[in-house]
Design a protein around this ligand. Structure first.
Ligand code: SF4
Ligand code: SF4
Length: 478
């Protein structure tokens, strides 16, 4: 009778839970290989980008600054304001479509190559673990051993290093929201002077520390919404990390394998090396599974074994389900084409809207409860209409605005007044009162539509037209 292998996974239970549903901690073995090297280089590129980007300032602006308090969002010199909310619709639609497109072609490439969870854990936290507690077997033995001075020292040094790294990551993260130099000054001041930011930073540190140091693969398996969606997004044209069962089965040393007829054996020697290195503890030989984060560890592990036994690499490899069956697949499937088309439309709309940014967006609302007021002096009786004008402006240069009426006859009969003339329009959301005074004779059945010209220039004479705005003037019926 074959001795049960502890890496043989249960039919229906997660590798990270026992019969009672308690968590089983994994001790994935370290792996070497070409995919490991590529990922390490890419991870450090992403980490450096993440750490350096908020310190880069272009044209006096932080490269990426998401200032929620001021409702200003800067991306490489371009600043969006709260009134740019329609643009957010394009972003919220575009990002999932981009992920859907990438997933439909390259499977869970995001999980294995770009997700902060994978990047930080693999490049930093697992390395700290390796330095402080040793290799997989040593770590497992340490956890099982009773508490001792050595065990306490190893655990303490690991968690201190985790804490320092988590603090650095968290401060960089907060720097994207409050500004790096501002955050630097805040950190030098007493916590009481910026208690909100102080609390937010430490909550972020705690989340990162717990997630990257302890929760780890559990997040990918039970909490990540993207992991749940992947099966709907992917199809037989999508690249996945996959085991070639045609080539690998029947496995050597397995019960099905017949030692008297070795020619029937597949290339898999059933060494479980692919399972031992898997950070989510799965056996990829059972097919594509939700827990697979496409980290490629099993590819490197199996390639190493294949080289040792003198077989070609690629028993576990990146491939499509169709490609694995020998079907020649198109580079891009119908599903990917649909995602790409939708993505192009959405991002096209975003670029179009972005180009409209420097235009003024005007909103005029009545400023008083009553649509008009009657102003009497000893000599005249006039009708006054009060409007509130709001203009969103995204340009950098201060504009001087003049308001005038288009119709030259009406322009003589109606006076337009703003608190300051010209009105100085600055970047952002500008608000002002605007008053119209006129004789009721200009009204037709108590109303009169006029076209208000908004012009920009140093003097009223030189000012050029920025836009025309229709305004409805109201007054008494008679
Ligand atoms: S099955 Fe392979 S690619 Fe998937 S998570 Fe495990 S080691 Fe990584
Ligand atoms: S590493 Fe390769 S040979 Fe070893 S069990 Fe996995 S698939 Fe089979």
């Amino acid at each position: 009778m074959r001795k049960p292998n502890k890496f043989e996974r249960h039919e229906s239970r997660l590798a990270t839970t026992d019969e009672q549903g308690h968590r089983v901690f994994l001790y994935p073995e370290d792996v070497k290989g070409k995919w490991r090297n590529k990922r390490t280089i890419f991870f450090w590129f992403l980490i450096l980008l993440y750490l350096v980007l908020p310190w880069i300032h272009i044209g006096g602006k932080q490269s990426i600054l998401l200032n929620i308090a001021k409702r200003e969002f800067t991306f490489f010199t371009h600043t969006f304001y709260s009134h740019d909310a329609p643009l957010l619709i394009f972003i919220f639609l575009g990002i999932p479509l981009f992920f859907a497109f990438v997933t439909s072609i390259w499977g869970r490439a995001w999980c294995g190559w770009g997700c902060p969870q994978t990047v930080f854990i693999d490049a930093i936290y697992r390395q700290i673990e390796l330095w402080t507690e040793g290799k997989s077997r040593q770590r497992e033995a340490l956890d099982k051993a009773p508490m001792s001075l050595l065990k306490a020292a190893k655990k303490l040094s690991k968690w201190i290093l985790y804490l320092l790294v988590s603090m650095h990551i968290a401060h960089s993260f907060i720097g994207y929201f409050v500004g790096t130099w501002e955050l630097y000054e805040i950190t030098l001041a007493p916590p009481s002077s910026n208690f909100g930011i102080f609390t937010a930073t430490w909550i972020t540190v705690a989340i990162i520390l717990i997630d990257f140091g302890w929760f780890r693969e559990q997040f990918c398996i039970i909490a990540c919404p993207y992991g749940r969606m992947q099966s709907v997004i992917m199809d037989d044209h999508s690249m996945v990390v996959t085991y070639d069962e045609k080539r690998g089965e029947p496995r050597r040393l397995s019960e099905e394998s017949n030692s008297e007829s070795p020619v029937l054996e597949g290339d898999c020697i059933n060494c479980y090396h692919c399972v031992k290195v898997c950070p989510t503890g799965i056996d990829i030989r059972r097919g594509t599974q939700l827990e697979c984060i496409a980290c490629t560890n099993c590819i490197d592990a199996c390639d190493e074994i294949m080289t040792k036994v003198g077989k070609p690499e690629g028993l576990i490899r990146y491939d499509t389900e169709l490609g694995k069956q020998g079907v020649k697949v198109k580079k891009i499937g119908l599903r990917s084409i649909i995602y790409l088309t939708l993505m192009t439309i959405v991002f096209g709309g975003f670029i179009y809207m972005l180009n409209q940014q420097d235009r003024l967006r005007v909103m005029m609302l009545r400023g008083s409860k009553s649509p008009f007021q009657i102003v009497r002096t000893t000599e005249i009786e006039e009708i006054a209409n009060h409007y509130k004008i709001a203009i969103d402006y995204n340009g950098e240069k201060v504009q001087k605005l003049f308001f005038m009426i288009k119709d030259p006859v009406l322009a003589k009969a109606i006076r337009v007044a703003t608190p300051r003339a010209p009105w100085q329009l600055k970047k952002g959301h500008n608000k002002a009162n605007i008053f119209f005074r006129f004789n009721k004779k200009i009204l037709i059945k108590g109303n009169r539509k006029i076209i208000l010209l908004i012009k920009n220039g140093d003097t009223e004479k030189e000012a050029t037209l920025v836009l025309e705005q229709e305004v409805n003037l109201a007054g008494p019926l008679r």
